[in-house]
Design a protein around this ligand. Structure first.
Ligand SMILES: [Zn+2]
Length: 108
């Protein structure tokens, strides 16, 4: 996770994608590159969901999603933390409204 926190290019890319979308942006970070995925949730402005066939797993894979401008929540939602148990991956979240990144380290 430290390499992601220090990767200004990647963080700025994630921020730009998130700011330009009024729905939750989601995807995976692998080898310091972001791989965007379709948000398959029926309510993509407030939740995200990625089809299993679209998923990437691995020890070095990190799940990313955004909270768009209308979402005032600081940090991860209960939904995010429940999702984390399914994905079993570390997570990065960007909040457009708060202009902040949040990190969740998966320790299994
Ligand atoms: Zn979320």
């Amino acid at each position: 996770m430290d390499n992601i926190k220090k990767n200004k290019r990647l963080l700025s890319e994630l921020k730009d994608i998130s700011v330009s979308c009024d729905e939750e942006v989601c995807g995976f970070i692998k080898d310091n590159e972001f791989h965007a995925r379709k948000n398959a949730h029926p309510d993509p402005k407030n939740f995200f969901l990625i089809a299993p066939s679209d998923c990437v797993w691995g020890d070095d894979v990190v799940l990313f999603h955004s909270h768009p401008r209308h979402a005032g929540l600081k940090g991860f939602s209960d939904w995010d933390l429940q999702n984390q148990k399914i994905f079993d991956l570390s997570m990065v979240l960007y909040s457009v409204k708060n202009d902040e990144f949040y990190y969740y380290i998966n320790d299994d």
